[in-house]
Ligand binder design. Sequence first.
Ligand SMILES: [Zn+2]
Length: 68
Amino acid sequence: MEDTPQKTCRYCGKSLPEEAIFCYYCRRELVTRPERPTTEPKPIKLQTWVAVGLVVILSVVVAYLLLS
Ligand SMILES: [Zn+2]
């Protein structure tokens, strides 16, 4: 018989396979998710890049018109 790694449910104390992500007995999640920092920087939205691009294009057009 293979000696499969076991872990113990921290809620009900039953032994479970190491790869179990939730307890088969009390149905609680066993995986510990890392806490997300509340000050997580938000990814820059596409609209922001579009707006930046428009501003750049407008600046180039205005500069071209002024210099010509
Ligand atoms: Zn359990």
